[in-house]
Design a protein around this ligand. Sequence first.
Ligand code: BG6
Length: 495
Amino acid sequence: MTEKKVLLTIFGATGDLAYRKLYPSLFRLFRKGSLQNNFAIIGTARREWSDEHFRAVVQKSISDLDPTSAEAQSFASHFYYQSHDVQDPEHYITLKKLSDTLDAKYDLAGNRLFYLAMSPSFFGVIVKELKAQGMTDTKGFHRVVIEKPFGSDLASATTLNQAITATFDESEIYRIDHYLGKEMIQNISAIRFGNNLFESLWNNRYIANVQINLAESLGVEDRGGYYDKSGALKDMVQNHILQILSLLLMEPPAAFCDEEIRTEKIKALNAVRIYTPEEVNRYFVRGQYAPGRINGSDYVGYREEANVAPDSTTETFVAGRFTVDNFRWSGVPIYIRTGKRLTEKGTRINIVFKQVPINLFKTDVHKDCPERELPENVLTIYIQPTEGFSLTLNGKEIGADFKTTPVKLDYRHSAETVENSPEAYERLILDVLNGDSTNFTHWDEVAQSWRIVDAIRHTWDDETPDFPNYPAGTMGPKAAFELVEKDGFNWIWEP
Ligand code: BG6
């Protein structure tokens, strides 16, 4: 494994994301040799921490990975802490001095990676000061990783983007969507473009509908403050769901590389219809959970959660039908569904194929045998918690009588494989170190996603919803089922 030389500065180093995701991912990269001797990490946040305390926190964050004590200490010795007020230009001068010292000490070739893992309201000022105080005046690469949310609508995202592009070139900006680092999301392209069986059928002549489900059984946990201002539409649809949709619907790229893939993803998003208010009301359903039971445990309703307004109208559930106006997808409903406190955690994509033109097995002879209906062929991609895919076909039931029966070809990665495969953040951080932006979102994708979502949000903001409207532990409000049923389909939800 080639070692990546880098000075990584994390803004928001005392936060939850850094603790739960970044430090363990960096440790895995250290273990595998992508980071060895020539790297240093500066953690910054407002709190006053010593290097010793910071290193102790980092060691604790990786304890689940069972490092030896020598390994943990050697890894943590590369971490330095600098208390920092992002709005104070003086503080960047101190940060620059420390950066230059570490650059020389660890022979980092001037390679600098800035990771913004804090409130987006500070992203603009941070990148401005990084440049103004000379933090990017080095010979090596300069890259910035930006966590979601990228703005809260198109207008704020545009302002933020202008601030960032004043310092960094688009090729240096890595907007993270952690779903793009998931094994089975990356597998979508392999399934589509590696199998003629699917790619030749991947259009409106053979596909009846597409279903993208991102269900969660968790509630808002301790993120009520953030979530109550965001809601499921901005939290999940604007980013993760529209990214998955673009990978599923894009044309085959001219080559499997970041620029070509991005071009096709943007084209796919551009073909998603921006709905009028009438269309939003027809095709989108929102929900909020009431108290309920999941697996024998009682849960409070959303409005009773900490840091949530008692009369909150924030949606914790969204179901909808996107319309794609291009040759390949015209007429194919693209259903999406996501929510908190649903029956179970399950991220699954269903590609539902059209029926054969005539059901030969439903003849007059068998007219009183309704079970001879042929179920549709369905390709299911299981993203999590299990990973794999299945294909349902129709075969003949064993016996003298001619009866068809559904057969499911099912492949899942073993629990051991899942356990040992790199975690999303680990992959994405390695991609940034390698300068590969394939699995990151380009500004044009972000902007178009906001246009699509803003139209829904504005329509919803004009009306007060009748919340709560689904009990915790169910798959959302009745209207979400009706949305699909009125088109003659059903949500497919199989483990
Ligand atoms: C995050 C959302 O982006 O994704 C959370 O902010 C959500 O609300 C999470 O719970 C889901 O991610 P995963 O990887 O657990 O499916």
